[in-house]
Design a protein around this ligand. Structure first.
Ligand code: HEC
Length: 256
């Protein structure tokens, strides 16, 4: 009796899970096309060239409105930058520090251990600069949205003329993938908006792809280590299973 109840409960919970999972996707708006990322899958790794280009897009375009609070300059070593290069990048920025011995805050040139400086001093200033809308911090954005990097790519390359009959409110922009299709962020990317050092052509789609990969790294800088560890654990478990099987056969060999 009890076990039948347990099974029914389990089936009900599974159905609820499947249904609610579908609903979450629907609430995210239109389904987003899946991209082929080098970092997907169990053995996926980041493409350093792509990350560096994506960082350039973030730095030259997105950083004007969006903070990246959880990333510090020295984290850029993961992207293949050398310490000297990082010092040079940090020197381009001023950060607030203090208090000094007189109790006053002061500004100084950034050093590699500083986190990425935010474009606005606080949320109200950010809203005031963006028609009342808050540009969210991008550090964890890829994990914060259903679809992750696929959604970001679709969003950034999804600005079109609004279709016939679709009203777009003042100060809003039509986007094919944003829930509700009206977003307060104007299309941040234009063809050749940045000039890539490695000669890659900076189309809107290319920049959208690179910056989405960069933000996927920013969300989980330790992804490669995690995956390597996962593979090691799997190999360990397979070897242990083999050893246990052999010992079991030996121990029980004489029992007929
Ligand atoms: C001119 C300022 C500005 C620039 C430049 C800008 N954004 Fe935004 N962004 C915004 C604002 C404002 C919002 C909030 C939109 C809203 O709430 O409708 C936003 C929202 C977003 C969101 C959240 C969308 C969601 O699902 O909620 C993402 C992701 C994003 N921006 C990524 C980027 C990236 C990547 C870049 C650089 C390529 C960039 N933005 C450049 C102003 C900007």
């Amino acid at each position: 009796m009890v076990s039948a109840k347990v099974i029914r409960g389990f089936l009900f919970a599974s159905v609820c899970f499947l249904v609610s999972n579908g609903a979450v996707k629907a609430a995210g708006g239109v389904p987003v096309p899946q991209q082929d990322w080098t970092f997907s899958g169990v053995f996926g790794t980041f493409d350093r060239g792509e990350l560096q280009r994506g960082f350039q897009v973030y730095k030259e375009v997105c950083a004007g409105c969006h903070s990246l609070n959880y990333i510090s300059f020295r984290n850029l070593t993961d992207l293949g930058f050398k310490e000297e290069e990082i010092k040079v990048i940090a020197k381009e920025y001023e950060v607030e520090d203090g208090p000094n011995n007189d109790g006053d805050m002061f500004t100084r040139t950034a050093i590699p251990s500083d986190t990425w400086p935010a474009p606005y001093p606080n949320d109200n200033a950010a809203r005031a600069g963006n028609n009342g809308a808050l540009p969210p911090d991008l550090s964890l954005m890829v994990d914060a949205r259903v679809g992750g990097a696929d959604y970001l790519y679709a969003l950034l390359s999804g600005y079109h003329e609004a279709p016939e009959g679709q009203e777009v409110a003042e100060g809003m922009y039509y986007n094919a993938y944003y829930p509700g299709h009206q977003i307060a962020m104007p299309s941040p990317l234009v063809d050749d908006g940045v000039e890539y050092g490695d000669g890659t052509k900076a189309t809107i789609n290319q920049q959208a792809r690179d910056v989405s990969a960069f933000l996927a790294w920013a969300t989980e800088p330790n992804m490669e280590q995690r995956k390597r560890m996962g593979v090691k654990v799997l190999i360990f478990l397979i070897v242990m299973t083999g050893l246990f099987y052999v010992s079991k056969r030996r121990i029980w060999a004489d029992v007929h």
